[in-house]
Design a protein around this ligand. Structure first.
Ligand code: CMP
Length: 232
């Protein structure tokens, strides 16, 4: 992990985060003095499950995977986060060890806020506290829905749910229901199944016309996929 002291870089990076976009120059400068800038290469662990966590990360560019690994090498991906986002806040607020691994999927830039500075940062931007709570609440809802799927539904349903969630998020942010940058293995780890099973289900949905593949991208017919899920 490369730590660069580039202070002049930090204020503009902070401004790319919507939560700080409305802060005045003085507040941004104060905040810039509290955080450190880190570049993490693709594939590196940023946070490791069970380790002590004394800081949180503001993701300013790139993409990370939040995942759990079993002792026999299986992986369950909890989520993929794309900048602007934050992670590592759980250990910061409850002082428990890190709940999951966080791994850079691309080269990543992050700003690191130490636990001792969280209160001061919230004083500068009180909306930060609400944003942390909102994120925790969203992640808990997502985890409840994953638990429900694991308990009550089979792998076909879970793979379809992952495809629907990712394609809906792409449609909402970019206007196209296209899954790009996720391999079949990654879809499988999000659905809690094997790569072979995920690939088989994807091929069968392609044959049914619910999905179409274009190179490494999957184009999703959101309406038909939702119908298929509801019919399960
Ligand atoms: P922390 O426990 O400090 O370190 C691992 C981080 O992964 C955690 O804080 C959260 O920021 C993030 N994380 C844990 N569980 C999830 C989840 N289900 N979805 C998204 N992010 C998560």
């Amino acid at each position: 992990m490369n730590m660069t002291p580039a202070r002049g870089l930090i204020a503009p990076k902070l401004r790319t985060l919507p939560i700080f976009a409305d802060l005045d120059e003085e507040a941004i400068e104060t905040l810039a003095g509290m955080v450190t800038y880190r570049q993490v290469p693709k594939g590196a662990f940023i946070v490791t499950q069970h380790e002590r966590g004394g800081c949180m990360f503001l993701l300013v560019s790139g993409r990370v995977k939040v995942s759990l690994a079993s002792p026999d090498g299986k992986e369950l991906a909890l989520s993929y986060l794309e900048a602007p986002a934050h992670f590592g806040e759980m250990s910061l607020v409850d002082s428990e060890p890190r709940s999951a691994d966080v791994i850079a999927v691309t080269d990543v830039e992050a700003l690191v806020l130490e636990a001792k500075d969280l209160s001061a940062a919230i004083q500068l931007q009180p909306r930060l506290a609400l944003s942390l709570i909102a994120t925790l609440s969203r992640r808990l809802r997502h985890t409840i829905s994953r638990l429900e799927d694991m308990a009550f539904h089979d792998a076909t349903h879970r793979v379809m749910r992952v495809l629907l969630n990712v394609a809906t998020a792409a449609y909402e942010s970019r206007g196209v229901p296209v899954i790009a940058g996720l391999t079949h293995y990654e879809i499988a780890t999000l659905a809690g199944t094997s790569r072979e099973t995920a690939s088989r289900i994807i091929s069968s949905l392609v044959r049914e016309g619910v999905l179409a593949t274009k190179g490494r991208r999957i184009v999703v017919d959101l309406f038909r996929l939702r119908e298929r899920l509801e019919a399960e």
